[in-house]
Ligand binder design. Structure first.
Ligand code: 4AD
Ligand code: MG
Length: 430
């Protein structure tokens, strides 16, 4: 019976065949342990010299790392492995022998691993992170569909720049100038006026000269946008959504979290509602903590965010940032024009900002003013202003950075391990 590692539990005591790669191997004179992987999972194959033909044992002992093979064996329970099963090998058919696989079980430097990302993805650790990424994506679709949102796909090639003009990837669109999308938000606002509650999931691009563990040049964002939702309604969607994906990962990625050594007790606590602190209070708190380098009107850096987040064992919303710090589309607080009705969601354990969101300006005159102030009064925004001309309504939305969320839930230090092929400052290979 041909099957996969993820399905062996259905064949206890039976002989199965699995197409696999040899991840690693240990052997003595009497027994060989083959660490097999097939993409769906990892299983140990045991070859006992006294129980197989001489030739099979010899072949098992000579297998090289990452050789592809069909392995025949009897599925057995194995209480010592977290996976719970092993394969008593009865036959081996090599498909392709791998010679001198570059990533050996010894330690390799980061640059070396990054240069071999196309192979590094095969490792147990990367496999676990990619499965967690997939679970977050799956749970995202599940959550928003359950809540009545419609998935809408904004364009990648655009003429506008929602998040400021300094970090744009410029390209030619035939004879016109164009940019790679920084955020689908402006288009999602148009979509919300057509479909009510919408969400997008797609790649976004920032030509940011940042070389930190939280920055990618190309990253994936989930961007919900909701007509008739105001500041409070927006935060509620965010905390429920984030709780949902955390609980989904806990439920469906137990093996992966264990393989990564993730402390899941910290994730189990993540349930809505989330704590909040205003920007004003955050500044006061930082001053009390001895951060003399920051004054009202400054943006927070990673150390500031981490210091604030350390007060909570939950993600925390920092609300009401200075208007001057934030993009043109954010709605100023009607009682206090110098701050906007926005919130950033800061993940615990030092993972930083995972969400940026706000209520949007819906007054036509105010949006025109704001566009002008930001020097964006061009034809590229004509359509965006028109959204406020015809039945404008209060609306709100946010963007969750997938890779930072994967890093947090997986407990990996750097976002470079959270996307299959990271685009980083000075790296577009492989
Ligand atoms: O805060 P940002 O820039 O917000 C927006 O783009 C809004 N237009 C979203 C919206 O309201 N629809 O980005 C949102 C999130 C950040 O909180 C962060 O998680 C992630 O996107 N992000 C990055 N992730 C990796 N690398 C980068 N360079 C990132 N820049 C932002
Ligand atoms: Mg932000």
């Amino acid at each position: 019976m041909k099957t996969t590692i993820s399905e062996v539990n259905k064949y206890l005591g039976q002989e199965v065949t699995i197409g696999a790669w040899l991840a690693n191997k240990r052997s003595s004179g009497k027994i060989a342990f083959l660490q097999l992987r097939d993409g769906t999972g990892f299983i140990q194959g045991v070859v006992v010299k006294s129980e197989v033909e001489e030739a099979i044992f010899k072949q098992a002992k000579s297998l090289t790392q990452e050789t592809s093979l069909y392995v025949k064996g009897v599925v057995q329970e194995d209480s010592r492995s977290p996976f719970g099963y092993e394969l008593q090998v009865t036959g081996i058919e090599v498909i392709h022998e791998a010679i001198d696989y570059p990533i050996t079980p010894k330690e390799h430097g980061t640059e070396f691993l990054m240069d071999h990302r196309h192979l590094w993805l095969r490792s147990r650790r990367q496999h676990a992170v990619m499965k967690i990424r997939n679970e977050i994506i799956r749970a995202t679709y599940e959550f928003f569909n359950k809540e009545g949102f419609v998935k809408v796909d904004p364009p990648i090639l655009t003429g506008s720049s929602p998040e400021g003009t300094t970090e744009l990837f410029h390209t030619k669109y035939f004879d016109e100038d164009a940019f790679l999308s920084q955020s689908g938000q402006l288009y999602m606002e148009a979509a919300a006026m057509a479909l009510g509650k919408v969400f997008s999931f797609g790649p976004t691009f920032r030509a940011e000269k940042s070389k930190t563990r939280r920055h990618l040049i190309e990253f994936w964002m989930i961007e919900p946008e909701m007509a008739f939702y105001q500041f409070e309604d927006n935060l509620k969607v965010q905390e429920e959504y984030v709780s949902y994906i955390v609980q989904s990962v806990l439920e469906n990625c137990q093996l992966e979290l264990e393989r990564l050594g993730r402390d899941t007790s910290k994730l189990e606590k993540i349930k809505a509602p989330f704590p909040r602190i205003s920007y004003d209070d955050a500044i006061k708190f930082l001053h009390e903590k001895g951060f003399d380098d920051i004054t009202w009107g400054d943006d927070f850096g990673a150390p500031h965010e981490t210091a604030i987040a350390e007060n909570y064992d939950m993600p925390v919303f920092i609300t009401h940032y200075p208007t001057s710090l934030k993009p043109f589309y954010m709605q100023p607080d009607p009682d206090r024009e110098e701050v906007v009705l926005c919130a950033d969601l800061i993940a615990p354990e030092g993972y930083g900002e995972i969400i940026g969101g706000s209520e949007r300006v819906h007054d036509v005159n105010l949006i025109k003013e704001r566009v002008k102030e930001h020097g964006l009064e061009t034809d590229a925004y004509k359509w965006y202003l028109e959204l406020r001309e015809y039945g404008s309504v209060p609306h709100s939305g946010f963007g969750l950075g997938l890779e930072r969320t994967v890093a947090w839930l997986s407990g990996v230090e750097h976002v470079r391990e959270t996307i299959p092929f990271p685009r980083l400052l000075n790296r577009i290979y492989p």
